[in-house]
Design a protein around this ligand. Structure first.
Ligand code: G6P
Length: 351
């Protein structure tokens, strides 16, 4: 096992460090994805994503991308809740199953139902898995084997496939060019490892964490909170920043950590006002934002910076990296094994 970790202490940190490669290798699927689109594009009136866990968060990002870039109505359904929507599917629906393992029982069950009426596409990491055999079309994410239970490099590979799919569907050449730069942005984000390790020591006291993001950054907030829950056993809640006033604000008190995901773009201004709302109630704000965001630097207690070229649209591929690292280092501080969280399995084969 030590040999397989290639000098890293855990699979999780090894896999976090492999994310630029994971994205780069998945970008090679562009032509194959174009072929799938050429084959199915005509007549598709609606897209439905079906997934669980981290794959569900990748799917949510897909909804934002496809609806805003291609204008096709898109739903995201948890595989375990799928049966209530099955009646709405027809031959003009494309159902996309996102799954690292390709074996999650709820997703497989939903796939069998969707195959009866609709076109189906699997976005799957494990080659030869059940979803790759049963879906009509398959995109193979190129993350390589992932051992850590908490998904990291397979998440960015799923996102890469979805970004390619959405950009090709919308014929958005600008976004396709941006995607080529993502591996370098990820590697730059990883250069902050020592700083994030230090910050994590200051946050491991917490019992509850909030993660706030708007628009494209909302699924990132959910994923950051999931990573925290899975391996640190601290309660973490991801919220759409605009929903803050509708409940969680009542829980914000002196010293509660709030991670604010604030990349540059349309939603930045409103996210900043949410930051001020939690700050004025005593929250301990850890912001993730652009390296040239001076306003954010003055308002946050701590800030982790990302290359200013990473705008809010491609931010999900890069801003998740510090969130994974925060969860990883808090877990080490608490003395838990990040690779084998209690009660969780890498692949859930029961419904
Ligand atoms: C389990 C894993 C998660 C994963 C989820 C969905 O809960 O621990 O990391 O996101 O299953 O798995 P899938 O293989 O379908 O992506």
């Amino acid at each position: 096992e030590m040999a397989e970790k290639e000098g890293y202490n855990h699979f999780m940190i090894k896999e976090i460090n492999e994310q630029a490669t994971s994205v780069r290798n998945t970008l090679t699927q562009r032509e194959h994805i174009q072929e799938i689109i050429d084959d199915i594009d005509e007549g598709i009136q609606r897209i439905c994503f079906v997934a669980c866990g981290t794959s569900y968060h990748a799917s949510l990002t897909g909804k934002y991308l496809i609806e805003s870039l291609a204008g096709i109505p898109t739903d995201v359904i948890l595989a375990s809740e799928f049966k209530y929507s099955a009646n709405t599917l027809n031959d003009k629906t494309l159902v996309i199953f996102i799954s690292q393992s390709g074996e999650t029982a709820d997703s497989l069950k939903a796939l069998d139902v969707a195959n009866e009426t609709s076109k189906t596409l699997g976005i799957v990491n494990v080659a030869g898995s059940s979803i790759t055999r049963r879906a009509e079309y398959v995109i193979q994410t190129q993350a390589g084997p992932e051992i850590g239970v908490a998904a990291t490099k397979t998440y960015v590979a799923q996102l890469t496939s979805i970004y390619l799919f959405a950009a090709l569907l919308a014929k958005n050449t600008e976004l396709l060019e941006e995607l080529e730069k993502v591996p370098d942005f990820i590697d730059e984000a990883l250069e902050d490892i020592d700083f994030i390790k230090e910050i994590s020591k200051r946050y491991n006291y917490a019992r509850d964490f909030f993660y706030l993001g708007r628009g494209y950054s909302y699924p990132t907030a959910l994923e950051g909170a999931l990573k925290l829950k899975e391996i640190t056993y601290i309660h973490g809640e991801g919220y759409a920043a605009g929903e803050l006033k509708h409940g969680p604000l009542a829980l914000i008190d002196e010293g509660i950590p709030v991670v604010v995901i604030a990349p540059p773009g349309d939603s930045h201004r409103k996210t900043m006002s949410n930051l001020e709302e939690v700050k004025s109630r005593g929250a301990n704000v850890l912001a993730i934002g652009s390296a040239d965001d001076d306003a954010l630097k003055t308002k946050a207690d701590d800030i982790i910076t990302i290359n200013p070229e990473v705008n809010e649209i491609i931010a999900p591929l890069v801003y998740v990296v510090p969130l994974q690292l925060i969860a990883y280092y808090i877990t080490l501080e608490k003395g838990h094994d990040p690779d084998k969280p209690k009660n969780l399995a890498k692949c859930v084969t029961v419904e």
